[in-house]
Design a protein around this ligand. Structure first.
Ligand code: CTP
Ligand code: MG
Length: 376
């Protein structure tokens, strides 16, 4: 592990966001802002202290787990950081100070900050160039000067410091909107390295939408296609799309022959690169002999979940002259979706105009597609 500690300032109330919860507990994608911030720093920090809003310490501790120290934050951000410094073990030479509100700052950004500390810099802050021209104004709103835009940076967190220097900078009890300013005020050099758009500070609900699109970019999407076909066999019951179809001729097969369910399983296995129906439930796995389509869907769902995927959506198109699906489409969607943990499912049907595949009326086929998401 590195010689690096981290303090995450999360004690703000999120007034501008306007929610009933503190901002750190707002959900973005699959977890809260504070959990995102912890996930980004955990790979490089050997200790993490979170400054929590008063009254929410326990809730945050339960979210982040017992390895992380949670303390009560202060009235201002700088007070919160001071509470965080006081709770550090002091064993680490370096410290990163981060805002929970910059929930999507990447681990790579934190690594870049740490790398500059390890090279001997004592204060590093990520920053971005300005897009707009900036003006200084007086109390009456008249411009007093136009700073050269090229020399300006808008700064972000995590900011990295030599711990002793950060302690000294905070010892005066002064307030500043970032820790870099306090270190600068006691005469140390502060280096700016390249920041990143995704480290934006989530301040309003609109920022949450921007952050969500970033999250989409960092997720891994995987698609897969699956096909299955079975021939009719007199005397068998028909199972299709998870439903029993009385008065219809069934199909041959060592299972219930549900081509729609089987095609979906294959599409899911394909997307997750987890083999196929045969390799997962084939004849060498006698426990699956005669298993229903719904059972196989549930097992498949478990396998893709264990591999870290969730389903964005699944579609299946049934190809055959009969049965007529229309009147039972919603029932089929509900059954398949329930087997897949509530995933979005579409069910379509078509014939092939008397040609090819099942057009001769000798069986039923299905083609399915699946889109899986793996969180980055
Ligand atoms: N923060 C803190 N202690 C405070 C105030 C702010 O730890 N007394 C933290 C916030 O939780 C946030 C970061 O400092 O992660 C940056 O502050 P900001 O984005 O302004 O968040 P809030 O203060 O919560 O929002 P607002 O100003 O809209 O109330
Ligand atoms: Mg604030």
């Amino acid at each position: 592990m590195s010689q690096c500690a981290a303090i995450i300032a999360a004690a703000g109330s999120g007034e501008r966001f306007g929610a009933t919860l503190p901002k750190a507990l707002i959900t973005l994608g699959n977890r809260t802002l504070i959990e995102h911030a912890v996930a980004a720093l955990a790979p490089i920090a050997s200790e993490i202290v979170i400054c929590a809003p008063a009254g929410y310490e326990k809730q945050i501790q339960e979210l982040v787990g017992a390895d992380i120290t949670v303390v009560t934050g202060g009235t201002t951000r700088s007070d919160s950081v001071r509470a965080g410094i006081a709770a550090l073990t002091g064993k680490n030479k370096y410290v990163l100070v981060h805002d929970a509100a910059r929930a999507l700052a990447s681990t790579q950004l934190a690594k870049n900050v740490l790398a500059a500390l390890e090279k001997g810099e004592v204060a590093i802050i990520p920053g971005l160039e300005l897009i707009d021209t900036v003006k200084s104004v007086d109390a009456g709103g008249h411009v007093t000067s136009t700073p050269d835009r090229a020399s300006l940076r808008r700064v972000q967190t995590p900011q990295g410091f030599d711990l002793e220097i950060l302690k000294k900078a905070h010892s005066s009890g002064a307030n500043a909107t970032d820790d870099g300013a306090l270190v600068e005020a006691i005469g140390h050099k502060v280096l700016i390295i390249n920041g990143e758009d995704r480290a934006l500070k989530i301040t309003t609900p609109a920022d949450l939408a921007t952050a969500l699109s970033t999250l989409g970019d960092s997720s891994e999407f995987r698609t897969g296609v699956g096909v299955d076909a079975h021939a009719f066999e007199e005397g068998r019951e028909l199972w299709l799309a998870g439903l029993h179809w009385p008065n219809e001729v069934g199909v041959a097969g060592h299972s219930d022959g549900d081509v729609a369910a089987h095609a979906i399983c294959d599409a899911l296995f394909a997307a997750g690169q987890l083999g196929d129906l045969g390799s997962n439930f084939g004849t060498d796995k006698p426990e699956y002999a005669g298993a229903s389509g719904v059972t196989l869907l549930k097992e498949t769902m478990q396998k893709i979940s264990s591999a870290g995927y969730s389903i964005s959506n699944v579609t299946v198109q049934i190809i055959g002259n009969r049965p007529k699906l229309t009147s039972r489409r919603s029932e089929a969607i509900a059954t398949l979706s329930a087997a897949l943990g509530g995933a979005n499912v579409s069910v379509l049907a078509t014939t092939t105009d008397g040609m090819g595949l099942t057009g001769e009326g000798r069986g039923i086929a299905a083609i399915a597609s699946a889109l899986l998401i793996k969180q980055g």
